[in-house]
Design a protein around this ligand. Structure first.
Ligand code: G6P
Length: 616
């Protein structure tokens, strides 16, 4: 989604802002803009398309100012045009604004502003907000206690319905930025003689690792040497300065062609990081430091509810399977976007979980707030430290896999699966699971990184398959039990980055509809594991084969597949039920990645997608 960078300091602002915007490209956007304040003027360049286009345009203009801001826009109100890109300057030329979010009452504001003589050159809600700011700023008397600028922003925001993360500059206050949030993340960067603001730490971490996470309803005032925060109701806020624990090299390609490729191959190390310190001293259960609920309270829960979006929901579905299988406690999973509106009846002793890599997905955040309003405790499984979900949850589990830049989630997903396994162990050990079964479970989880390494060694084999299958326009992904969510994830990965239509189904359900798609033109990817479902899955494969469909089998090593049944076979190690979904994910990540590369798709920035969806 939209990205924000703002800078006031001693250096030329434009190159730093453009660098920050490049770091935000992964979030998904369709146009970009940069603006600096210099020689008593706002100098603005904005363009539809990539930041690279913007950079070319910016190179034609003299941008020397030390104060400025930039934006990557993901269109909501108004098409993808140069005029609709941000920043927007008010029609009196006094105020410049960038904005993430959606202003819901912009139409009535616009009508009011038209009666006051303000003019509009774009179709955006942001320009309306910019003009309203200018209107209040012009009326603002000099006030000894507070800057006119902050006071005008506060008065304006009191009229706004909707969500926003904004950065504002005033022509007569060149070295100052005012920034405020409600529903869209903003982080202040506190540097040496410079201050920054961004929608994402990655845009500013090359300048400073000292950050302040702004909360909803807060307004910050930044100058090169100071910052202060107040609330919308003019209350003082004592800010907490946090340290970012990763550095910019963690968010660089380091020799890989794409971030998705890098993040796929990083998974053994990512899993090790996600499990570090997470086993009890006796080696028979899991150990979590930040749940903020006592083991006794946890033990008392009769049910667990999980909400998430996209890939994270697939991780919740595997977790559901594992908790029900090993701990025998009922679990419910729901799309966060549905849960937030469907007023679902919940049992009283239910512990609520949300899962989100970014910790900023608006639907997941809203589902969490709704559960909290109903009086439930909510724990978050989340990767980005300091994200809104992490801060608003009652407790939680960090994934600790470092920044994930590729839009298609890979290492975040497998680490969510690992945490799902740890949770199921923790809950099971509080119930019927024996000490020795617990020890075995722990050993199995510890073995996951090596199993993943083994599958990664087959990358060339999978690349060969990808080259043969990139020509198809439809594909099915079929699995059973804990591998059904992996089938959903495989189909999602392929769709996201290669734009090939794909569907995930429980293998047996295939007969009730999707089988109509089967022909030589629609291959099927089957997950086959040894055990109770083996023969059932083989039957489903036979049904596809009988109708001329090609088959790619991802099979555990002891599976004896009938000769000629699968056209392609990818062997994965035999492993514990909690580890199998992790290991089975790797081939579909690689397959999707290599197919997308074969089709010359923009792997890390697929069309229309955003890494973190912060608007409804
Ligand atoms: C977006 C991304 C998906 C991701 C989903 C949930 O749609 O494109 O890859 O799975 O959001 O993101 P979260 O950060 O909440 O896990």
């Amino acid at each position: 989604m939209c990205g924000i960078v703002g800078y006031v300091g001693k250096l030329k602002a434009a190159p730093l802002i453009l660098e920050g915007l490049k770091r935000l490209e992964y979030r998904g956007y369709d146009s970009a803009g940069v603006m600096v304040c210099q020689d008593g003027k706002f100098v603005l360049v904005k363009k539809a398309g990539r930041v690279a286009n913007l950079e070319k345009e910016a190179a034609k203009v003299r941008l020397t100012g030390h104060f400025g801001m930039g934006h990557t826009r993901w269109a909501t109100h108004g098409g993808v045009t140069d005029a609709n890109a941000h920043p927007h300057i008010s029609s009196d030329g006094q105020i410049a604004l960038i904005h993430n979010g959606v202003i819901e009452n912009y139409i009535s504001m616009k009508k009011f502003l038209l009666t006051k003589g303000y003019q509009f050159v774009s179709e955006t809600d942001t320009e309306v907000l910019g003009n309203l700011l200018a209107y209040h700023y012009a009326k603002e008397p000099a006030n000894a206690e507070e800057s006119r600028f902050v006071s005008a922003v506060r008065k304006t925001l009191l009229h706004v319905e909707g969500t926003y993360g904004i950065v504002v500059m005033a022509l007569d206050a060149p070295g100052e930025l005012v920034t405020a949030r409600k529903g869209s993340p903003l982080i202040l960067g506190i540097g040496d003689g410079e201050s920054l603001v961004a929608s994402d730490v990655s845009a500013i971490v090359s300048r400073t690792q000292s950050v302040v996470y702004l909360n909803d309803g807060e307004i910050a005032h930044l100058t090169p040497s100071s910052f202060s925060i107040t609330t919308l109701a003019a209350g003082e806020v004592s800010p907490v300065i946090d340290k970012v624990t990763w550095s910019i090299t963690d968010a660089e390609l380091n020799g890989y062609t794409h971030f998705m490729e890098k993040e796929i191959f990083e998974q053994p190390a990512a899993l090790e990081n996600a499990m570090r310190g997470r086993f009890s001293e006796d080696g028979s259960t899991a150990n979590f430091g930040g749940l903020n609920i006592t083991p006794a309270e946890f033990r008392n829960m009769d049910r667990f509810m999980f909400c998430a979006c996209g890939t994270a929901l697939h991780a919740c579905m595997v977790t559901e399977h594992l908790i029900e299988r090993f701990a025998r406690v009922p679990v419910e999973c729901d799309y966060a976007s549905e849960f937030r509106y469907r007023n679902m009846p919940l049992f009283s002793n239910t512990l609520f979980f949300v899962m989100s890599q970014s910790g900023e997905t608006i639907d997941t955040l809203a589902a969490m707030r709704e559960a909290k309003r109903k009086g439930y405790k909510v724990l978050a499984i989340n990767n980005v430290v300091g994200s809104t979900i992490a801060r608003e949850a009652d407790g939680g589990i960090y994934q600790h896999v470092g920044p994930e830049v590729g839009v298609a989630s890979t290492k975040a997903f497998t680490s969510q699966l690992l945490i799902g396994g740890l949770l199921s162990l923790y809950i099971a050990r509080m119930r019927d699971m024996s000490f020795s079964d617990g020890v075995q479970f722990v050993q199995a989880l510890k073995g996951a990184p090596d199993h993943v390494r083994t599958v990664l060694m087959q990358a060339e084999h999978i690349k060969g398959i990808a080259k043969r299958y990139a020509k198809y326009r439809d594909m099915l992904f079929l699995g059973r039990l804990s591998l059904f969510p992996i089938a959903l994830e495989g189909a999602l990965k392929l769709k996201e980055i290669s734009y090939i239509h794909a569907e995930g189904y429980p293998a047996a359900e295939m007969k009730h509809g999707p089988i109509a798609l089967i022909s030589e033109e629609c291959p099927a990817v089957f997950f086959v594991s040894s055990g109770e479902m083996f023969h059932k899955v083989i039957n489903s494969m036979q049904e596809i084969k009988a109708r001329g469909g090609r088959i790619i089998a991802i099979a555990t090593e002891s599976c004896q597949l009938p000769d000629g049944l699968a056209d392609e076979v990818i062997i994965i190690p035999e492993c514990h039920e909690a580890v199998l979904p992790i290991v089975a994910t790797i081939p579909v990540q690689l397959l999707s990645y290599y197919i997308a590369v074969e089709l010359k798709r923009d792997v890390d920035k697929p069309r229309n997608l955003a890494k973190s969806v912060t608007v409804e």
